[in-house]
Design a protein around this ligand. Structure first.
Ligand code: ADP
Ligand code: MG
Length: 481
């Protein structure tokens, strides 16, 4: 038995998602990313004495929306608490949080794993405000503080210790980000810090039911890094247990450049936050009706759409996943399906040449320069064999974009790319080639099957490149055999 299957890794994630509200959680300051430091800081953000917070209603709506989409119970009686600690980027000296009484409880998120789908259980989702940011590299001697982010609304999504590999954690975060974007709750942008993740990791012997001592890894700024950090920590923890030492509960940081983790602090020094209810904010009540309203307005979720694409349109799991990872892509796909019933071909075109063009030109599908009709016509030309896929996607498509106003058929004709699909003409060429190469035909019949490519190439030459090669290959095989 190798050490990796002697042990089970246990992972629980804490994800901070910045809500897509225009203003902060308790005041009207903008939440926009990238502004000059300390330009989005009213006296409330700066915690000037005498200032009072007012609740942002949109933040509650977004919290309930995400909770419902993940099958959580929604807490109707809500209040905030103060989490007290001293840090230079925390002007009030406390963070206003729902840590002690979350707005959403339990629930789950379905993820794909190598052995099928799995529901990852959630512990809770709660609302809280963000702190400011310390900038260590802007000044030689001093650490600078930017308080633009102080007070920005966050949801903290906490899973149960329910994942058992780095891949599962990767899959969870990918699905979660997809859902956050789909619901327009959070833009999921990890580089800008609007989605952040801490990973809690422990190992135990296979079959053991008690949890091992955990480490918490912070500063993971991409989903890939979460996966890497878990892999590294799993190995390190198994190493510790294997040598008979004990794991100490601690907080570690991931260093992406060195691909290692290092200790930040041990839990013995764990802070006592002296939580108590926030006296400046009245409790808020979420009515049954409000929950129903939000529930009724929820968009159809990507997982549901994906299964429809698979069952009704016969798309592969992969193609359906790709199209459903973005709301705009599904909208485009469904628009296209108004004009073609070749579902699989439409999916191939979307995932292939259309997306490729968008990436090349840094545009989104919504601003793709051709309308659905023209694209559908191009798809139909390739499906009928009149233009081969390669020519259609690399020549006709760009030409149509460059010179709009032509139909796909006209453009294929202008470019001289219409293929000969008439079986009479094809048969003539095939017969000519067979008659002209009796020796090669003999070799082919005695087993050199690779020669088929040579014959096909000759037919292509004879037809000046216009023969539908799929038909040619079929005819060749029929005639020679
Ligand atoms: P804290 O608030 O101190 O971070 P929590 O109990 O809220 O602690 O747990 C935080 C996260 O750690 C959760 O996602 C939970 O699932 C995870 N977790 C708790 N214990 C373990 C463990 N032994 N191994 C792995 N993950 C754990
Ligand atoms: Mg924690």
């Amino acid at each position: 038995m190798t050490s990796t299957n002697k042990y089970q890794v246990v992972i629980g994630l804490e994800v901070h998602a910045q809500l897509m509200t225009k203003s902060k959680l308790f005041c009207g300051d903008s939440t926009a990313f990238g502004a000059e430091p300390n330009t989005q800081v009213s006296p409330v953000s700066l915690a000037h004495p005498g200032t009072l917070p007012t609740m942002n209603k949109k933040a509650i709506e977004l919290a309930v929306k995400l909770g419902l989409a993940m099958n959580c119970e929604i807490e109707q009686h809500n209040y905030f608490a103060r989490k007290n600690y001293f840090y230079p980027d925390l002007p009030k000296g406390y963070q206003v949080s729902q840590h002690t009484a979350p707005v959403c409880k339990a629930g789950h998120l379905s993820i794909a794993t190598t052995i099928g789908n799995k529901n990852v259980k959630l512990n809770r989702i709660h609302l809280e405000e963000d702190a400011g940011k310390s900038i260590h590299d802007a000044h030689e001697q001093y650490t600078c503080i930017d308080l633009n982010r102080a007070g920005v609304p966050l949801l903290e999504i906490v899973t149960e210790p329910d994942m058992h590999s780095a891949e599962e954690a990767f899959s969870f975060l990918t699905e979660l980000r997809k859902l956050l974007r789909w619901l327009e709750v959070c833009d999921g942008n990890m580089e800008e810090g609007s989605m952040r993740c801490d990973a809690n990791i422990s190992v135990r012997r296979m079959g053991e039911t008690e949890l091992g001592k955990r480490v918490e890894v912070k500063n993971l700024n991409s989903i890939r890094n979460v996966k890497k950090a878990i892999e590294i920590e799993t190995e390190r923890l198994i190493g510790i247990v294997e040598t008979g030492e004990t794991v100490i509960q601690e907080t570690r940081s991931f260093d992406a450049d060195k691909n290692t983790t290092f200790s930040l602090r041990s839990k013995e020094e764990a802070d006592d936050y002296r939580y108590f209810p926030e006296p400046d904010l009245p409790p808020f009540y979420i009515s049954e009706n409000y929950i129903k309203e939000i529930s009724a307005a929820l968009p159809i979720l990507p997982a549901k759409i994906k299964s429809t694409y698979i069952s009704e349109f016969g798309l592969s799991d992969y193609d359906a996943s790709v199209i459903c990872s973005d709301k705009e892509d599904t909208r485009f796909f469904e628009g296209l399906l108004q004009h073609t019933k070749d579902y699989k071909a439409a999916a191939n075109w979307l995932i292939g040449p259309l997306k490729f063009y968008c990436n090349e030109h840094n545009i989104s599908l919504a601003s793709f320069p051709l309308n659905y009709e023209v694209i559908a016509e191009l798809i139909s030309l390739t499906q009928s064999g009149q233009v081969n896929f390669n020519n259609a996607s690399t020549k006709v498509l760009p030409a149509l974009i460059a010179e709009p106003g032509n139909t796909a058929l006209q453009m294929a004709a202008i470019l001289n790319l219409l293929q000969e699909t008439d079986s009479g003409a094809l048969e003539d060429w095939v017969n000519q080639v067979i008659l002209s190469m009796p020796e090669k035909i003999k070799e082919y019949k005695s087993g050199k099957k690779g020669l088929l490519g040579l014959f096909a190439g000759e037919v292509k030459k004879l037809s000046k490149g216009k023969a539908d090669m799929q038909l040619v290959n079929k005819l060749l095989a029929e005639k020679i055999n």
